[in-house]
Design a protein. Structure first.
Length: 168
């Protein structure tokens, strides 16, 4: 077994924490890419690109994602009654980029509809989950939002994946 470019850390070793290397190492775990959507207090659709999405429980059906406390839409997501998680398909790279940039009206040129709970569902996504807020938890510089899934759908397309600092 080769240990090329692997830093082995133990309690006895001298270790200086490096955020850049930590983030790069976290990138070794491939994740799907989502756009999480909701509505703000003026009932305008909001959304952002997120790769910190995970299942939590089957009974009740719970999922989680996390949001940076410095994110401009942080308060809107925390005060919302829920959200939709739209898992992007491989042919939706443009949406990944679009929802990760500061755009005034991110939904202006996007094909979408409201879910049963009133949150934006992006058309042609690989899958989506319509969620009601269930709980949230402090997680360092992020807040972890847990939602109860009330409806969902999926397709047979290929997923858009983030791995090793690259999207494919």
């Amino acid at each position: 077994m080769s240990s090329n470019n692997i830093n082995v850390i133990s309690k006895s070793s001298s270790f200086e924490f490096n955020k850049k290397n930590y983030r790069k190492t976290l990138g070794m775990f491939s994740t799907g890419i989502t756009v999480v959507t909701s509505i703000d207090k003026e009932h305008n659709p909001i959304g952002m690109t997120v790769n910190s999405f995970s299942s939590v429980s089957l009974d009740p059906p719970l999922v989680l994602w996390s949001i940076d406390k410095k994110q401009p839409s942080y308060n809107s997501f925390l005060k919302s009654t829920g959200y939709a998680v739209n898992i992007l398909s491989k042919n939706q790279l443009d949406l990944c980029t679009h929802f990760s940039t500061p755009v005034e009206d991110k939904f202006n040129s996007i094909d979408w509809k409201f879910s049963e709970n009133g949150f934006p569902i992006i058309s042609n996504s690989l899958a989506w989950f319509d969620c009601k807020s269930w709980n949230n938890y402090a997680g360092g510089d992020h807040q972890i939002l847990v939602g109860e899934v009330t409806s969902f759908n999926s397709s047979e397309n290929d997923a858009l994946i983030y791995w090793n600092g690259k999207i494919s």
